[in-house]
Design a protein around this ligand. Structure first.
Ligand code: ZN
Length: 320
């Protein structure tokens, strides 16, 4: 009789433990979960979109798993999250995101109450989409709050370097056992980004044409850094459709500046670029906003695709 009672209470305890485990998994006590993950030698990083994943992977090397909330080939603007992804933000050792870019991520990060978070806008503030040259059409989607700030900071390699330095320091404090490796990996990444920046500066220093026409307005930071002028057919949202009037305007600008190329993107249909190029007999080429890497990308990582972007800009600009 006594034995039976004991086994019942043991079972009760078991049930209680399960409930506690569920609460932990659900995020009611994520701190212990994070600590346990670190003790088992597994640093789990969650990055909101590809360029942040790239930075995290390069610095963490084989000391961390890096998950990307934006699936390869998916478009990161207006991303939606699965419940599993939302839960992963609570247990992650470190979360990297850019506040103001992906509203679903902003909300999930706030809900997670995870203290190990890097919001890249605290390192590299977003600037308003300032018109450089032709700004007609930039107003599309302007009723939308987050459409007024330009999120595409990663297309300036010097800004990526600044983000990388903060990721390095944070990983060193989260996982001090591997601090030396993080420092070494970050130094290597910084050297590569610096060299990329030098290639852009010298490669774009002497061009016949400094205006370039893109599909969505992703290249504002790049244009500002290298003294080019971006003319975007649509606004900040890659999915918005330009009006026939907007297409006519862009064609007029192309004629005025003697431009030869209309750029399309890897993850977005080239139809818009083709529509603009078609009537004028212009070429289309790809300028990649690096919002994801797929097998169609012109390069296997951020640095390689940026090098392809430089080559494309040099062709379009007639640079020497
Ligand atoms: Zn974009």
């Amino acid at each position: 009789m006594k034995m039976v009672l004991m086994s019942v209470s043991m079972r009760r305890l078991g049930v209680l433990a399960c409930v506690l485990a569920l609460l932990v998994a659900a995020g009611c006590g994520a701190g212990p979960a994070r600590t346990a993950a670190r003790k088992s030698g597994q640093v789990a990083i969650v990055a909101a979109f590809y360029p942040l994943q790239f930075v995290a992977q390069r610095i963490a090397g084989n000391h961390a798993g890096v998950a990307n909330l934006t699936q390869p080939g998916a478009e990161p603007h207006d991303l939606e999250l699965t419940p599993r992804q939302v839960a992963s933000l609570t247990t992650a050792s470190l979360v990297l995101y850019e506040r103001g870019f992906q509203p679903a991520v902003d909300e999930a990060v706030a809900q997670s109450e995870n203290p190990e978070v890097i919001d890249t806008t605290t390192i590299v503030p977003l600037r308003p989409l300032t018109p450089t040259g032709d700004d007609r059409g930039y107003g599309e989607g302007a009723g939308d709050d987050h459409a007024t700030l330009d999120p595409h900071v990663w297309l300036d390699p010097t800004r990526v370097s600044r983000i990388a330095r903060v990721v390095e320091k944070r990983l060193m404090s989260i996982d001090p056992d591997h601090a030396a490796d993080y420092a070494q990996n970050a130094a290597a990444l910084t050297r590569q980004l610096r060299s990329l920046d030098r290639s852009f500066r010298s490669g774009l220093a002497d061009c016949v044409r400094t205006e370039f026409i893109t599909t969505h307005a992703a290249f504002g930071y790049l244009a500002a850094r290298y003294h080019l002028t971006q003319i975007a057919i649509t606004g900040l949202n890659p999915d918005s459709e330009p009006s026939p009037a907007r297409i006519a305007e862009v064609q007029q600008v192309a004629r005025e500046h003697g431009l030869t190329t209309i750029f399309s993107e890897t993850l977005v249909s080239p139809a818009v670029a083709q529509a603009v190029a078609g009537d004028l007999g212009l070429t289309t080429d790809v300028l990649d906003p690096i919002e994801g890497i797929t097998d169609r990308s012109r390069g296997q990582d951020y640095v390689a695709v940026m090098a392809s972007n430089l080559a494309a800009l040099r062709r379009a600009g007639g640079c020497s």
